[in-house]
Design a protein. Structure first.
Ligand SMILES: Cc1cc2nc3c(=O)[nH]c(=O)nc-3n(C[C@H](O)[C@H](O)[C@H](O)COP(=O)(O)O)c2cc1C
Length: 363
């Protein structure tokens, strides 16, 4: 039974035809210049049966484009590319949100436009290596600490990105506040050592995200702004801190006061990260006024159960949607799911991208 999962839902003004959300997933199929490609329109268009698609992380500015072939949304060519994507989704009756992701310290200049620098709240270095097309995996460079002016520029870049996303036909935006990228780098003490108004206690570390959310909501309407957060996340060198649970509950409440349309909670325990206790999830949900999106390791049965138990309003699926463009049809029919091919998650070109079999073609 997947009755609730397949039932419609009003996300602010958007009438979603079901509660299946495509989780944001970087697939590195844009050009080296961070321009969306035609195969991306086909990819998103073929998944339009989901109630809501959330795009891969999209850089708001050159300094935020730290990954190879990560798309951006700061120039006209990029906007034109995105218009083809949103049109392909809308033609099939779908809805799509743009995930705005500034990579911050998790980037390499070899992947970024000429002249862009790897920046962070403080001069810290992400652990491990970053893949580059030019020279393969490279150690992360140390981020340069952003000046006060650069922090303000970054906030403006999120706002321009939100406006550009609406101009390109996106139905909403999602601020990427999770997984160790710039917003979470401001939130976490391990990456934010600042002593000015952008660092110090949690209220100060959260000033960056709250100013972004406030300004984006003012620019495009709070009913078009969602946010993704990953409390207890350890990805990209983030480390939990003692008052984390209370801090995130407070943050959810502050974001709720801005009337944002949804809060998208990351729980990557299915990928080996610490699990997020259900009481923390529910406390954040209770503090936030908008819709709550669950994510991480769901199959149809667990998603239905979570919705029936009223743990959230919507459930996001990641890897299953890489391998099953027609996931909603498969859920409705109780059909088997294809397995994703990890080797082609981030490789250029259509292989492992637009070639997964559909039920209708006899998978
Ligand atoms: C290939 C790949 C790329 C991802 N890229 C992003 C991203 O750009 N932004 C983001 O918030 N999460 C990203 N994630 C995390 C997913 O949104 C999701 O939280 C994760 O895959 C767990 O859900 P699942 O178990 O349904 O796959 C990515 C995951 C995968 C597998």
């Amino acid at each position: 039974m997947t009755e609730k999962l397949l039932s419609d839902f009003f996300l602010g003004p958007l009438n979603l035809k079901n509660r299946v959300v495509m989780a944001p997933m970087t697939r590195a199929r844009a050009t080296a210049d961070h321009i969306p490609t035609p195969i991306m329109a086909e990819y998103y268009g073929s998944r339009a049966s989901c109630g809501l698609l959330i795009s891969e992380g999209i850089a708001p500015a050159p300094a935020g484009a730290g990954y190879a072939r990560m798309p951006g949304i700061w120039n006209q060519e990029q906007l034109d590319g995105w218009k083809s994507v949103t049109q392909a989704v809308h033609e099939k009756g779908g809805k799509i949100a743009a995930q705005i992701m500034h990579s911050g310290r998790v980037g390499h200049t070899k992947n970024m436009p000429q002249g862009a620098e790897v920046l962070g709240p403080s001069a810290t270095t992400a652990p491990g290596e970053m893949y580059t097309d030019e020279a393969g995996p490279q150690p992360y460079p140390e981020a340069r600490e952003m000046t006060h002016g650069e922090v303000e520029e970054a906030i403006s870049a999120y706002v321009s990105a939100a406006e550009n996303a609406v101009a390109a036909g996106f139905d909403a935006i999602e601020l990427h506040g999770a997984n160790g990228y710039l917003i979470e780098q401001f939130l976490a003490p391990v990456t934010n050592h600042r002593q000015d108004q952008w660092g110090g206690d949690f209220k100060k570390r959260a000033r960056f995200v709250l100013q972004i959310a406030t300004a984006c909501a003012a620019a495009i309407g709070p009913e078009k702004v969602g946010i993704r957060l990953s409390p207890l996340g350890v990805f990209n060198g983030i480390e939990p801190w003692e008052s984390l649970a209370d801090d995130y509950i407070w943050l959810a409440e502050e974001l709720g006061k801005l009337n944002l349309v949804y809060l998208h909670l990351v729980d990557h325990s299915s990928m080996g990260a610490p699990s997020v206790p259900s009481d923390l999830k529910q406390a954040m949900r209770a503090s936030f006024q908008g819709a709550f999106i669950l994510s991480g390791g769901y199959d149809a049965e667990h998603a239905e159960k979570a919705l029936q138990e009223d743990q959230g309003e919507l459930v996001a699926f990641g890897r299953p949607l890489i391998a099953n463009p027609d996931l909603v049809e498969r859920i409705a029919q109780g059909a088997a799911w294809n397995e994703p091919d990890f080797d082609t998650f981030y490789t250029p070109g259509p292989k492992g991208y637009n070639d997964y079999p559909l039920l209708s073609t006899g998978a």
